[in-house]
Design a protein around this ligand. Sequence first.
Ligand SMILES: C[S@@+](CC[C@H](N)C(=O)[O-])C[C@H]1O[C@@H](n2cnc3c(N)ncnc32)[C@H](O)[C@@H]1O
Length: 188
Amino acid sequence: MRDVFNEQILTERNRIDEAAMFIFLNKTCFNGLYRVNGRGKFNVPMGTYKNPKICDSDNLLRVADALQRVTVVCGDFALAKDFIDRDTFVYLDPPYRPISETASFTAYSAGAFDDSEQVRLARFIDEISAVGAKILLSNSDPKNIDKDDDFFESLYGSYNISRVQATRMINSKSDKRGKIDELLICNY
Ligand SMILES: C[S@@+](CC[C@H](N)C(=O)[O-])C[C@H]1O[C@@H](n2cnc3c(N)ncnc32)[C@H](O)[C@@H]1O
């Protein structure tokens, strides 16, 4: 199914097939993860599930209904600027900054989200903050492994930074899926 999904040539007619295959893969792949290789091909291995609910039609219909009043833009975060004014609440959930050399999972797509991208995002947040929008950002806490790592403190010096305990579900090693501190950064 993964090969078929990766090799299909998209036409208007097979968009529904594509959506069905995507849902099937998402509900049966390892940890429900979405990841592509350098050529943009979906490459998550098979998961182990006893009885996965592949088609939750009730939920799909409710989501479809909610999305009737929504504009979905797929692209770089900077494109969101035109949608933001002083009455907007903006939640940002970027690729997390890796907190160890072995946990360097930031590549959801072919271009990696490295530290320079984190800096570009912070400057974008400064811009939309100046417009008056309320902003909340989540990220990993580098202090989990190095208490002297002030990367986010120096990037977001004028923001409120708090720590929350989160359970990391997406990790290939089950013993690494425990509680970990994560950052919540906001301008209010
Ligand atoms: C931590 S995930 C967000 C998960 C999402 N909140 C959810 O619940 O499914 C980070 C996302 O940022 C996206 N991303 C990477 N680079 C980006 C960019 N330059 N602009 C916008 N989004 C980007 C990735 O494709 C990925 O989907």
